[in-house]
Design a protein around this ligand. Structure first.
Ligand code: 5RP
Length: 217
């Protein structure tokens, strides 16, 4: 089975966790499969809170109402993909550049279900370049601070986030203490969000595999 089929398998398995109400929806190719599957049960949910303009467009194209997070209370569930996960379900996210809104919707949700193909499970986070969203005027300053932390940042040129900011992708960090590094990078002036999701990890990781979906908790 191809990687894309494994993503679809994980995405469809996530429907088991959708019990109604308002669903938080992440961003990316795996989530696109989830949105397509969610359309099949749209009569059972009130609507969705989206983490990006791209997901909003796809949700609307299926006739799924998209609600403002400020207009709703706690979400029952958030479903999103990841670039990497360790066994503790701490993640690297932001390959698609939607990390800030993703972190907000994850924080506002009771259960975070992460969906991915099995290649995303790693022993130590950091092989995937760590995305950091920065305020444009702070780009060089934040890059110098990230070098001090042992990383090699690269500006994702030509890319602007839905929030009007820039992304630095940081190579060379072996992230052995994800929660501590998340706090440290978040504390650099000019950083909007770092793509480490450790302070609020996933609650469930559904991995698409050749043997069928595997649920890690
Ligand atoms: C977007 C993300 C995505 O969840 C992550 O990049 C995984 O993407 P894909 O499902 O396409 O592999 O964090 O900001």
């Amino acid at each position: 089975m191809s990687q894309d089929i494994l993503k679809k398998q994980a995405a469809e398995a996530a429907l088991d966790y959708v019990t109604g109400g308002i669903v938080g929806v992440g961003t990316g190719s795996t989530v696109n499969h989830f949105i397509d599957a969610l359309a099949g049960i749209k009569g059972r949910i009130e609507g969705a809170v989206s983490s990006s303009e791209a997901s909003t467009e796809r949700l609307k194209s299926h006739g799924i109402p998209v609600l403002d997070l400020n207009a709703v209370g706690e979400l029952s569930i958030y479903v999103d993909g990841a670039d990497e996960s360790n066994a503790q379900l701490q993640l690297i996210k932001g390959g698609g550049g939607a990390l800030t809104r993703e972190k907000i919707v994850a924080a506002a949700s009771k259960i975070f279900v992460c969906i991915a193909d099995e290649s995303k499970l790693v022993k130590v986070l950091g092989k995937f370049p760590l995305p950091v969203e920065v305020i444009p005027m702070a780009r060089s300053y934040v890059a110098r601070e990230l070098v001090q932390l042992g990383g090699t940042p690269a500006w994702r040129e030509g890319f602007v986030t839905d929030n009007g900011n820039l992304i630095l992708d940081v190579q060379g960090l072996a992230i052995t203490e994800p929660a501590a590094l998340e706090q440290k990078i978040n504390n650099i002036a000019g950083v909007v969000t770092v793509g480490i999701f450790a302070l609020r990890p996933a609650d469930v990781l559904i991995l698409g595999s050749q043997e069928g979906p595997k649920n890690l908790k």
